[in-house]
Design a protein around this ligand. Sequence first.
Ligand SMILES: *Cc1c(COP(=O)(O)O)cnc(C)c1O
Length: 364
Amino acid sequence: MIKLAKPYIPTSALESIKDVLESGNLIQGKYVAGFETLVADYLDMPYVKMVSSGTAALHLALLALGIEKDDEVIVPAFTFPATANVVEIVGAKPVLVDINMSDYCINVELIEQKITSQTKAIIPVHEFGQMADIIPLMRIAKRHDLYVIEDAACALGAEYRNKKSGTYGDVGCFSLHPRKAITTGEGGIVVTHDKKLAHKIELLRNHGAEKQDGHLDFHLPGLNYRMTDFQAALGIPQLEELEQIIDVRKNQALHYDSMFKDTGWIDAPATNSERKHVYQTYHVIVKDKNRDDIITTLREQGIETNLGAQALHCLTYFANKYNFKPHDFPNSRIAYTQGLALPLGKHLKKKEIEEVCMKLKDLL
Ligand SMILES: *Cc1c(COP(=O)(O)O)cnc(C)c1O
């Protein structure tokens, strides 16, 4: 089977994991602290907090910023549902905006018409590893005094004008799920420039607990969103190799691009000279064919593919609650119904990338 994705586990990680397990200190210890320092250096950010998932990271961002009942938060209509689920969970309303077909990210030109007196924040998603059009988006946020939470769950290492994803907004959130370029099994990262916000996130991820003068007290109703130390031990050597991991993905993506060039039946992902795409997913749009049939047939031929992300307005919960119609966000619907994620990553050889391409061409 040519797998869609496969976690890359450096052998050096196994030694450190053993070290953690034998030490008896399993949770949020020196490896978590070391991982946080490494990420802080990598992103050039002052405050980095490891948490238990990308979803936990987004939830903490909303809680720390005080987003609550009756607030509105602008999100792209096409994303992994976690982006909007956390908005629902804090009692706020996700306000959907359609995406561009060029980058599968929020169409920044459609944001301002959705801003009301209730709007508190925008959550741009850097979909599939390419950053949303973040500079004009930050300008809009500033003009309307809105927070920006970057959902960079699948975009660690991505850049816009040589500045990394997650470092533009008030809070940046990353995921370390096995489908992302580096993984700790489950895991997430929250980053911010703001000391107070960082402190609040620190408390919220650990029951609201804080030790002062050797005395443990509880200052907030918090959660348990901590990362274990063996997860951090797994993540550290991957982070050290992240640039090479990205290079492999990028070269594979370029190879796909060259093979799909000038074919009428597939739209390859667009690139943008101002943005560094890290290709968490190589996502194409298949035209004039049933995408689900393609996934099934390719699977029978030993190739694993999948849809890329969901159109929120087409999902039962959001459609029922907000009475959305399928055509409300047309680009998001196309990406949801015609989008196809192809195998990518260090586990694949060039020949296998070519095989995927040939078999897909045969089908179309
Ligand atoms: C993966 C992902 C998430 C969720 O991350 P988890 O670590 O699985 O909780 C959220 N948003 C986007 C855009 C994602 O791709």
